[in-house]
Design a protein around this ligand. Structure first.
Ligand code: NAD
Length: 419
């Protein structure tokens, strides 16, 4: 019995079982690695603009603490639950280990639709959530970051709430905060730039020239918009984009400047244009060289996997591909290059780690230093996955997760089981 249930946790558990079988991890050891070390659920009462009080449930899950503090984003989403939070925390563990960062994985968030809150209410939810989490987090315990539905401003409120409690500024309690508060240059762009950097590596392997190549991006928030922009900067033509309000497709290429102007005003893609609108579900199955799902989990499933026509699948989002879809996609090995989520979007946590290091040292780097170090870390992880996949004839996902799980397992074994 476990409190961690639901489709996303089931998916993370199934993925782990594949890796555990591959690594020959005995049954008796599996729950030790799989189940989160600890988690906290809180109620966040918040006064609404109309004077009423709403109570939102918040969570934080720390998956393992064997390698250092835990690290992970904070998601504000109406459908969030403890199972999804735990799955995301587990993926963070494998991701941090794969990238060689001294962290365990964590994730947290509030079951609230941030689009339904005024700015004052959003600040109320953010501050109340952080306030409730104070006994559970800390710069050497668990360091938060943004994720879906949160941004730099929310991180600034988190940092302020924690710092007010401590009585002095503690920038190292969160990453992804504004540069003016001790955030690092390049963090906002890190995940999307990392996706585009790895896409370029995959294109080299697939012998696809960037000029003339086409890309489709699902999700136009932090990760999706920067991924689209960074791929465009590398010469790719962005022919499709979509968010939860609308999807657009134009084989001649979309005008990202015009789209960004619209999004800056309205916050969403919906209403951008009457031309080029397509069914959001179709976006994923249109022909293109690179498909980058950068929104939510479980969008590529056994129901649409055989219709995916891209040559490179770059998983900017966490968990966009289900294990059922993997079985179908694995049959296209050789003609389809998958950059699995824990590698593809690792740029975010890598630069978060750089931010934490800079905050602890109170010594700040220039943007080119951040980008150079990011690219080096991504290259190392990419090469490790490639080598492992080739050596053991594995899919990239299995290779990436095997490296991550192995490192966490080794650390836990070396530390031993406390009586
Ligand atoms: P965000 O809130 O900035 O943007 C999310 C985007 O997804 C929005 O454009 C939203 O409209 C869209 N979206 C939501 N539901 C959708 C749906 N059903 N169909 C199509 N689009 C939908 O979030 P983000 O920070 O860009 O995160 C996106 C994904 O990337 C998440 O899976 C997150 O866990 C992952 N990720 C984020 C970071 C980071 O640094 N922010 C790092 C690693 C991974």
């Amino acid at each position: 019995m476990t409190i961690y249930t639901g489709p996303v946790f089931d998916m993370a558990r199934r993925q782990f079982a594949v890796i555990a079988d591959h690594l020959g991890i005995p049954e008796r050891e599996r729950d030790w690695l799989l189940l989160p070390k600890r988690s906290m659920t809180v109620s966040c009462p918040v006064r609404r603009d109309d004077g009423e009080v709403s109570v939102f449930e918040g969570y934080r899950v720390q998956h393992h603490l064997a390698l250092g503090p835990t690290k992970g984003g904070t998601r504000f989403s109406a459908s969030l639950d403890i199972g999804e939070t735990a799955a995301l925390a587990m993926w963070m563990s494998w991701k941090c280990a794969l990238a060689g960062l001294p962290y365990g994985g964590a994730k947290g968030g509030v079951a609230v639709d941030p689009n339904a809150l005024s700015r004052r209410e959003l600040e109320g939810v953010s501050r109340r959530y952080m306030q409730e989490m104070i006994p559970f987090v800390g710069p050497q315990i668990d360091v938060m970051a943004p994720d879906m539905g949160t941004n730099e401003q929310v991180m600034a409120w988190f940092m302020d709430t924690y710092s007010m409690y401590r009585g002095s500024a503690v920038p190292e309690i969160v990453t992804g905060k504004p540069v003016e508060l001790g955030g690092t240059l390049g963090r906002r762009e890190a995940t999307g730039r990392g996706v585009a950097f790895l896409v370029a590596r995959a294109m080299e392997r697939m012998k696809i020239a960037p000029r003339g190549a086409t890309a489709i991006v699902q999700g136009y928030g932090n990760v999706g918009s920067v991924t689209a922009r960074a791929m465009s900067g590398r010469g790719l033509r962005i022919i499709g984009i979509g968010d939860h309000t609308a999807a657009y497709y134009d084989p001649k290429g979309l005008d990202l400047d015009a789209i960004d102007r619209h999004v800056a005003k309205s916050g969403v893609l919906g209403g951008y244009s009457a031309q080029g609108l397509i069914e959001p579900d179709l976006l994923l199955t249109m022909p293109c060289d690179v498909l980058a799902p950068c929104a939510v989990e479980r969008v590529i499933t056994h129901a649409n996997a055989d219709k995916i026509k891209c040559r490179i699948l770059a998983e900017g989002a966490n968990g966009p591909t289900t294990p059922g879809a993997d079985l179908i996609l694995d049959q296209r090995k050789g003609e389809l290059f998958i950059i699995p989520d824990i590698l593809c979007n690792a740029g975010g946590v890598i630069v978060s780690y750089f931010e934490w290091v800079q905050d602890l040292q109170q010594y700040y780097w220039g943007e080119s230093e951040v980008t150079d170090k990011l690219n080096l870390a991504l290259d190392r992880a990419f090469a490790a996955v490639e080598a492992r996949a080739a050596r053991d004839n594995l899919s990239n996902r299995t290779a990436a997760m095997a490296i991550g799980v192995e490192k966490v397992r080794k650390a836990m074994q070396l530390r031993g089981l406390f009586p």
